[in-house]
Design a protein around this ligand. Sequence first.
Ligand code: CAA
Length: 390
Amino acid sequence: MKIGIDKIGFYAPHLYVDMNKLAVARNVEPEKFTIGIGQEKMAIAPITQDPVTLAANAALNILNDEDRAKIDFVIFGTESGIDNSKSGAVYVHHLLDLNPNARSIEVKQACYGATAGIQMAKGHIALNPESRVLVLGSDIARYGLNTSGESTQGAGAVAMVISANPKILALEDKSAYLTVDIMDFWRPVYSDKAFVDGKFSNEQYIHFFNTVWEQYKAKSDLALNDFEAICFHLPYTKMGLKALRTVLEEANEVDQERLLANYKSSTLYNRNVGNIYTGSLYLSLVSLLEQGDQLKDGSRIGLYSYGSGAVGEFFTGILQPNYREYLQVEKHANLFAARTEISIEEYEAVFQETVPVDGSTAEFDATKDTAAIYLAGIKDNMRQYVTKKN
Ligand code: CAA
């Protein structure tokens, strides 16, 4: 039985900052951010969007009534969750009015959470072929104003329906994974900003990729030329390119060109959103599928997932017949076109506006937020979520 991605969509908040302008404000050459890091625009979450609303908005765009009835497992991958006890999945389950006979959980291992969710979903569908699983990867990446990580922030979510006989990507069974206890990036429970050893994290990302890639080749008997494209977890778009370049010479010139062209297509959305942690690899997949016009049905796509701390995995999928018909190209184009640029001063003000943590009541002004689902405030330590009526 084939199991894999039946539907996939993403959501990013309606505000963004131009990286050229951020560079000027931070006194660095714009090319450092646009070429050295490889980012054009950075999505900014207003106070009315948190990882729960971002995930719910992403899923809202792809689900129909049949999905609502058949989904019996919601897996929410996040590393910027809003509660240390209750899962974001339970909120999303309610906001989307899903079948009550469902399991709902949150998964955490830095940016690897949604990949763990997909692998778990695969097992669930193997045992329950009629079911569908909603896998979410949703985060707001915060390093702080004027920090070296600032240019690699972002906000957004990806939602996927995993099912039997998927319409988009059938996942293959061979997979290679690795866990090593390292401190390259982490966020203690008392901090709303990440701590990072930037250079070390870059090195480890590549080291993990090389390790799982070698392991994968040994397990599968496949080589680089068996891949139409490889999608990477993208903390920033230059990162995946650095990893890809370490193995590129294993392919002939024609294959190298194809892999590089497809890599470019797989970075277009991320370049304009920024790092969305758990969703980044899957945003890259959406970008490849929707913008890679040379892709053919039946092609093999490689996926490299990396979650600092660290866990890495390399796995693969096969594009299904007529997969293009099931993508959300127009919705995503509209989402990008409807965004509003904010100045660096406005971004700094938005960054500093946070949800109260002292038990006080707050109401947020959502009149400018274009999202269907938003955070209206907090009362008695409970976040108040609202769905706009059409
Ligand atoms: N024109 C073109 N390129 C320029 C330039 C210019 N004028 N000025 C600088 N550059 C280039 C540099 O040469 C460098 O390129 P290479 O890495 O290819 O040599 C690039 O711009 C970045 O410059 P620096 O290395 O000097 O940048 P930095 O030290 O200020 O910060 C960073 C870079 C370490 C990635 C930092 O942004 C950071 O810590 N980010 C967060 C951590 C992160 O994203 N790590 C990635 C792996 S971990 C992971 O994947 C998990 C996750 O999601 C966090």
